[in-house]
Structure formats: structure tokens, C-alpha cells
Design a protein around this ligand. Structure first.
Ligand code: DER
Length: 211
């Protein structure tokens, strides 16, 4: 199988588990990494990697999420890798989302801001445009020392909070994508095909999609 490998703390566990199965069971697949961090982790764990061009279509991709709503729309990008994650998810026949209960919400965006990857010189106009779309607070993401973070594409990230939550994630996603200077944002609508919710005891349940 050709498998997209997502990014983040949840995926770190999945990568470890895949590494174990490669070593112990000879599990064979070709992975496509969604970030430099995942690429490094996969190499350290001995997971076989190919480029997206080499893989072309993917049988599946797996990834974490920051929030998931009952229609299986997501907010992603807390780790800043959402642009590549979305590219990889769009190439996959199945997009399997791995979360714990804390990520399952009634409405997207009530607590978690929407990460928006922007061309550095467009930070000001994009902030203004996000305000016009209803964002109450938009912050330029910085590291602990206050320096703006750089993504794998060398862009910046704006975190836009939509107080009260997002009524129509798909429409908001389209509007944000239309702002000049935006590379992509963390709203994923229409990609998810399977959701696995883990609990603290090590149990896993599937999450049904409500229409
Ligand atoms: O930043 C990202 O897009 C991550 O995949 C995020 O959605 C989940 O990260 P986590 O597993 O560390 O919470």
C-alpha cells in the first residue's frame, strides 16, 4: 500500500507502531511524509518513504486532528503542517483520522483557532481580511522567544479565532482560501472517510458521521 503519514503527537504514536510492525512482522508499504518532522521520524524508525510524485495516488492517509465535528469536518494545523497534510489527504482514497475524545466537538472553532499559512509580506492584509470574515482575534504564531514561526514552506502562520464557533466550515474554508497571500488553512471539509477515537485505557472506537 501507499500510505500518507500525517504529523503531530498522535501520529508519533502511529509511526512508532508502524515501525514496530515493519521490524517484527515485515509489514511492507510506501509512506509519504507530510512534514520534515514526520520524514525525520520515519527515517529514524526505518519506515520506507517515497515522494508524492513517486506514489501518485495513495491507498490511504492517516493523520491526527485538533478538532473534529459530527460531520467529520476538521481543524488541523496546530503543528503547522496542514498545507502538506491537505495535499496528501487529497491524493488518498481513504483519509483516516486518529483522535482522542478531547478532539471531538459539537461545533468547530469554538475553542481552537483556524491556522492560516500566509506569505510573510501578506500578514497584515490577510489579518484584516480574516477580521472581515468574522475572526475576533488573529495572532501571528511565534516561538517561545517571540520570533514568527516558519513553516516547511518558509511561510508564516496566523491563528484566527472565530468566537462562538464556525457555522459553515466548508464556506469559511473557501473564503479564507480566496484571500490573496493565503497558501492554505486548517479547515478540512470533505476529506475524512474514517475516524478512530482512542481512550485512556487503550480502547478504540469508530465515530459515526451525522449528516
Ligand atoms: O498540526 C496538525 O495538523 C496536526 O496533525 C494536528 O491536527 C494534530 O496534532 P496532535 O496529534 O499533536 O494533536
Amino acid at each position: 500500500m501507499r500510505v500518507g503519514l500525517g504529523t503531530g503527537s498522535t501520529m508519533a504514536y502511529a509511526l512508532e507502531a508502524l515501525g514496530r510492525r515493519v521490524r517484527e512482522e515485515g509489514l511492507s508499504f510506501s509512506g509519504v511524509a507530510t512534514s520534515m518532522a514526520t520524514e525525520q521520524a520515519a527515517r529514524r524508525l526505518g519506515l520506507p518513504l517515497v515522494t508524492l510524485a513517486e506514489a501518485d495516488r495513495l491507498d490511504m492517509a492517516m493523520d491526527g486532528a485538533d478538532e473534529i465535528d459530527p460531520q467529520w469536518c476538521l481543524i488541523k494545523g496546530g503543528g503547522g503542517a496542514h498545507t502538506r497534510e491537505k495535499i496528501v489527504a487529497a491524493q488518498a482514497d481513504r483519509f483516516v483520522v486518529l483522535v482522542d475524545e478531547s478532539k471531538v466537538v459539537r461545533r468547530l472553532g469554538s475553542a481552537f483557532p483556524v491556522p492560516v499559512e500566509v506569505v510573510p509580506l501578506a500578514v497584515h492584509p490577510v489579518t484584516e481580511a480574516l477580521r472581515r470574515l468574522g475572526a475576533s482575534v488573529t495572532k501571528l504564531r511565534t516561538d517561545e522567544g517571540g520570533t514568527p514561526v516558519h513553516t516547511d514552506q518558509d511561510f508564516h502562520i496566523l491563528d484566527a479565532l472565530f468566537e462562538g464557533g464556525i457555522e459553515n466550515p466548508e464556506a469559511l474554508g473557501r473564503a479564507i482560501k480566496n484571500i490573496p497571500g493565503v497558501l492554505d488553512h486548517g479547515i478540512f471539509a470533505g476529506y475524512t472517510t474514517d475516524v478512530l477515537v482512542g481512550d485512556e485505557e487503550g480502547g478504540v472506537r469508530t465515530l459515526a458521521r451525522s449528516t
